[in-house]
Design a protein around this ligand. Structure first.
Ligand SMILES: NC(=O)c1ccc[n+]([C@@H]2O[C@H](COP(=O)([O-])OP(=O)(O)OC[C@H]3O[C@@H](n4cnc5c(N)ncnc54)[C@H](O)[C@@H]3O)[C@@H](O)[C@H]2O)c1
Length: 360
């Protein structure tokens, strides 16, 4: 069946600077924004790029927030916002993975400060208007154009230090963006082109990144795939896979990249009966049954093999089922409690996504 050609598409604005060494242009990007009092947001581990940045920008960096945690706990977001206000910052510069980017977004959400994002993982948050905050055991997400970074600097050299155990799962997160962009609620034919190319590039680059972490060409390709996938996510939104990861992240504080590697093959297999056209196109790009290829890729790059390996308690499956069914109610194949329990059990045990589980 040909892809339907009736769609609406709000292309997202934002400036992207891509290339090895591009981080050195951050001063010029500040000038373009008309900003001179940047709050630098980066975790304590990101000391090398931070020292370089502070050396280059001098007094234009007025402070640093480093109390980064995954899933942006709301109390820490409040601290970061207070620091931005106290310092009279006029922009944020975030250096790091999706967690650091998420803190810049949390500040933008309430303080309306423009953000220059310098990502160092493949999470892709930097291209999206999606924010996330965790309060108690619940992750809240929302969509606000004000939180989309105004400038994104993709410098693949900054990813050279990303160890394979982080790079692989983080890349699976990027791949999940590409995959779900093909059938999430905002999918359109233009975005599908980006998503399919992203999936192709990522599946080719990630095994090379993990096998040879110093391979700058592979790192560059993986980052390019990340960028394309994140553009697709930003427009299409998310479906069952990401809703499941958000529920599990909120309930059990599991590593985000690891969850992506474990859950994606099962979410894809579950959706397969409802997305046969897209499933076929993705299979043509990936060279096989998509759920199987994605499962095998996760093994090749040595990503966590199961939710159990990520530390989820088995009794947590029952706690998660109702929340996933609720959060993913708009998924293209409507979830029900029995199917989601089965999906979570498969993911918990790290089983292969079997064809006989893909019944409609
Ligand atoms: N809003 C969105 O659109 C969106 C999209 C994707 C992910 N996210 C969010 O992003 C978060 C996950 O992001 P993540 O997977 O990048 O994890 P992360 O930002 O927590 O980083 C993981 C680890 O890698 C380290 N690290 C980062 N870059 C490094 C580098 N170049 N070298 C060495 N170590 C490095 C960090 O210090 C950290 O310990 C989650 O909270 C997720 O919900 C949001």
């Amino acid at each position: 069946m040909p892809a339907p050609l009736d769609f609406s598409y709000d292309a997202l604005a934002g400036r992207v600077v891509f290339g090895a060494g591009s981080r050195r242009g951050v001063g010029g990007e500040l000038d373009r924004l008309g900003a001179s009092r940047a709050l630098l947001i980066a975790g304590r581990a990101e000391s090398a790029p931070v020292a370089e940045l502070i050396g280059a920008l001098g007094s234009r960096v007025v402070g640093r927030f480093d109390d980064i945690a995954q899933h942006v706990p709301v109390d820490r977001a409040e601290q970061a916002r207070r620091q931005a206000r106290d310092l009279d910052a006029d922009c944020t510069i975030t250096v790091g993975g999706g967690s650091a980017t998420g803190f810049g977004k949390a500040i933008a959400l309430t303080e309306r400060l423009p953000q220059i994002a310098i990502p160092t993982t493949y999470a892709g948050s930097e291209m999206t208007p999606i924010w996330g905050l965790t309060t108690g055991a619940r992750k809240l997400t929302g969509n606000d154009p004000a939180v989309q970074p105004r400038v994104v600097i993709y410098d693949p050299e900054l990813t050279l230090t990303l160890p394979p155990r982080v790079a692989g799962p983080s890349g699976m997160n990027a791949l999940a963006h590409a995959v779900e962009a093909l059938y999430a609620p905002g999918a359109n034919p233009v975005i599908s082109l980006l998503a399919l190319e992203a999936a192709r590039v990522l599946c080719g680059a990630l095994p090379r990144v993990v096998a040879a972490p110093a391979d700058l060409e592979a790192r560059t390709e993986a980052f390019y795939g990340t960028y394309l996938a994140a553009c697709a996510l930003a427009v299409s939104g998310t479906a069952l896979h990401h809703k499941t990861c958000h529920v599990l992240g909120g309930l059990f504080n599991l590593d985000h990249g690891g969850m992506n590697a474990v859950v994606l093959p099962h979410a894809l297999a579950y959706n397969a009966p409802a997305i046969s056209g897209v499933y076929g196109r993705l299979g043509a790009v990936l060279g096989g049954d998509p759920a199987e290829v994605v499962f095998d890729l996760a093994r090749t790059i040595d990503a966590p093999a199961s939710l159990a390996a990520l530390g989820m308690p088995e009794e947590g499956i029952d706690r998660a089922v109702a929340a996933v069914v609720d959060e993913a109610s708009a998924n293209i194949r409507r979830p029900d409690a029995d199917s989601i329990r089965e999906l979570l059990l498969d993911a918990y045990h790290g089983r292969r996504p079997r064809a006989d589980r893909r019944g409609g």
